[in-house]
Design a binder for this molecule. Sequence first.
Ligand SMILES: C[S@@+](CC[C@H](N)C(=O)[O-])C[C@H]1O[C@@H](n2cnc3c(N)ncnc32)[C@H](O)[C@@H]1O
Length: 373
Amino acid sequence: MEEHERLTVGRVAELSGASVRMLHHYDRIGLVRPSARTSAGYRAYSAGDVERLREVLAFRRLGFGLREIADLVDDPAADTAARLRRLRGLLVEQRDRTAAMVAAIDRELEGRAMGIRTTPEEQLKVLGARLYERIGLDYPATRRTEPRIAARIQQALGDARTVLNVGAGTGSYEPADREVIAVEPSAVMRAQRPAGAAPCVAANAERLPFPDDAFDAAMAVSTVHHWPDPIAGLREMRRVARRVVVFTYDADTPGWLDRFWLTRDYLPEFGALLADRPSLADMARAIGGRAEPVPVPWDCADGFFEAHWRRPEAYLDERVRRAVSVWTRVGARAERRAVDGLRADLDSGRWAERNRELAALDSAELGLRLLVG
Ligand SMILES: C[S@@+](CC[C@H](N)C(=O)[O-])C[C@H]1O[C@@H](n2cnc3c(N)ncnc32)[C@H](O)[C@@H]1O
């Protein structure tokens, strides 16, 4: 082992922000032992020890107890990459949960300013907030099947007779002419599925409760970016179905934030939300598929983030924004700044001047993609 790969306790504490006392404690209880020695004979952490310590510290930060952590890092069923994916998933979940809590508190503060008191029940709900439990009730107001995108999905499903719809939400895009089973983790979303919609199972994409090859096809629409571990979820879809169809977007092409005036001029924070998502190529690889562009029609019926690219006034409407998780995840301050800026530019004619070429387009290439594998 190279000398520079061995780190003393003091150096590890300095780099990681953990205290020397804590590191000694982990050593004493056998959780992470510095197994190497420096050339001067001091005990030191090898590269492998550091890898283990990093996991321990991250799980600690997530609030796990030391005994649970010992089980997690010693899990013989998981290799390093699998353990990192699990850790990453937990961190993403925590981030989204925090965003949902911040949004709930903002709303409570606004209510209080107007003299509206929250009930004890509502106060407790803030702590348990999960993104779609929080925003799910606003979803159906503007989110529905866009027939031209539905046609592309239908075509990609080919002759599949049985279809699994993962992250199904309220049931948009579920083909009526095939046998469909839906998977949706949010109780709020499941409760809003219309009468007669396909049966729906409460589960996550990352662990689908079905045997191998149980379906002819599996589809996932506008949902993969919410999964704590997209690659694991896509592999699960591949496992349970012969064909996989995923509607998502490409955030890899350099300068992609400039593709859409909303992210370019008003909400660059969108970039940070996607910074740690797997690349489109990695997602395509996980299902063994290819990516096809999906242009967004100017009058798109499904109110997803990019849908109103030629109808900018729509973004001033609170209902439109609440049905798109991006606006909750960027936080109230960024949302307010973006909306105020857009309103001012619409009033002054600056938006129209800057985006003159859009009026002539019937559809726009905004990076939306259909992955078919
Ligand atoms: C934007 S909605 C899309 C719903 C529906 N597919 C549609 O097109 O209207 C995203 C959905 O993904 C679900 N979701 C979040 N995390 C998930 C996970 N790990 N596995 C499966 N679905 C998940 C959410 O609960 C939410 O209903």
